[in-house]
Design a protein around this ligand. Structure first.
Ligand SMILES: Nc1ncnc2c1ncn2[C@@H]1O[C@H](COP(=O)(O)OP(=O)(O)OP(=O)(O)O)[C@@H](O)[C@H]1O
Length: 358
């Protein structure tokens, strides 16, 4: 909710101070991993950081103006910032999106506990605090989470590919962890930027025998996933090619979290250069990352059990490094709707944030 007063620095009012104290106490009591502040205008960021001591503090807002100075390491506390650009969305959606982005940007882990401070009644006045426990390991994605990924690729195809990737990450093959890469949609342009790495096991089969809707094909994909290279999959879920080396052009706009190697850079580059979505499974740990436009838009940690999809129910509902020289992205996401818990020590998970008064 950008307001005309968005660029005016705000006084650190006694009410804000009070809410920061309450939030800090809740964070302490619940050993929260981070505090998320939903800002509507710049404030004294140093004072804000001081209120939370050494606890990780994230600031989200809808415009750069509202975040002015927050990220500044020289003249400010150098906070991690999240740009939402969701001016008209309800606060619940903005909070959810901020948390998703924070996970995707690897500021917080998927199972984190986060205390959030935001304005829910009076625009521009911090009047609410919530304790949010992100669903353990993103075990429950909502269909709406996927729809946030704006793409022409049908949700069913995306679900099917992400499910398969999660299974591969969870099960590995013959007891060994395996990684793989699946590029979905815009397959013609993707093919133009790909070449076979060797033998392509799907070549020569009729399209009907390459559809991911067929469980035998899904099993086949799990076998082939052990080979080097990427799968190219059409909008409709047909495997077009496998064992492909992708060579999307490098771009300075792409940054990736530290530790991600060639497979993930290939995913970032191909999605930067095309309208495809790439789903990468890391061989080290089984994490699934969904890329769009050169960025990670969803990260799913390895699950011990099968992932379940939920229809959306209610309406309210690190460090970065530059591309390595030889090896051939940044993140945004869509996790499960976070559970919010009343901001009292004993409260059970509830589906609405608790107003902490004020
Ligand atoms: N450009 C590419 N196109 C398709 N597949 C690739 C490409 N680059 C790497 N790969 C695949 O990724 C595999 C792993 O590479 P690497 O370990 O550097 O990636 P990574 O991003 O660190 O992934 P992981 O977390 O699985 O190790 C390679 O063996 C290869 O099969």
């Amino acid at each position: 909710m950008a307001s005309p007063r968005a660029s005016q620095p705000r006084r650190f009012t006694p009410q804000l101070e009070g809410f920061c104290k309450a939030a800090a106490a809740i964070a302490e009591q619940h050993n929260a991993d981070a505090v998320l502040f939903l800002a509507e205008r710049p404030i004294d960021w140093r004072k804000l950081q001081e209120a939370f001591g050494t606890r990780s503090l994230l600031v989200a807002a809808d415009s750069e103006d509202q975040l002015a100075g927050a990220h500044d390491e020289e003249n400010g506390p150098g906070l991690e910032t999240i740009l939402l650009a969701m001016n008209d969305a309800p606060v619940y959606e903005r909070l959810t999106q901020a948390l998703l982005e924070a996970v995707a940007d690897e500021f917080i882990e998927t199972g984190s506990t986060v205390v959030t401070l935001y304005s829910s009644y009076d625009p521009g006045v911090i009047d609410s605090v919530s304790l949010i426990r992100l669903d353990e390991h993103l075990g429950r994605l909502t269909v709406r989470d996927l729809r946030r990924i704006e793409t022409k690729i049908p949700t069913e195809t995306l679900k099917s590919v992400i499910d398969l990737a999660v299974e591969i990450g969870r099960e590995g093959r013959e007891g060994k962890p395996i990684g793989t890469l699946m590029v979905v949609g815009d397959h013609r342009r993707t093919l133009e930027m790909s070449k076979p790495m060797g033998f392509d096991p799907v070549k020569g089969y009729p399209a009907a025998e390459r559809s991911l809707a067929d469980s035998k094909v899904r099993d086949g994909v799990k076998e082939i996933a052990q080979m080097d290279g990427a799968f190219i999959i059409s909008n409709t879920g047909t495997v077009i090619a496998s064992a492909q080396h992708l060579s999307g052009p490098p771009s300075k706009e792409i940054t990736l979290s530290k530790g991600l190697g060639a497979r993930h850079w290939a995913a970032a580059q191909i999605t930067h250069a095309t309208d495809a979505i790439a789903v990468a499974v890391s061989s080290s740990g089984g994490t699934v990352r969904v890329f769009q436009g050169g960025e990670v838009v969803l990260r799913i940690e390895p699950l011990e059990r099968a992932m379940t999809w939920r229809e959306f129910e209610a309406e309210h509902e690190g460090e970065k490094e530059k591309p390595p020289e030889k090896k051939p992205s940044k993140v945004r996401s869509k996790t499960p709707k976070p559970k919010t818990t009343k901001a009292t020590p004993d409260a059970k998970a509830a589906d609405t944030p608790a107003d902490a008064g004020g």
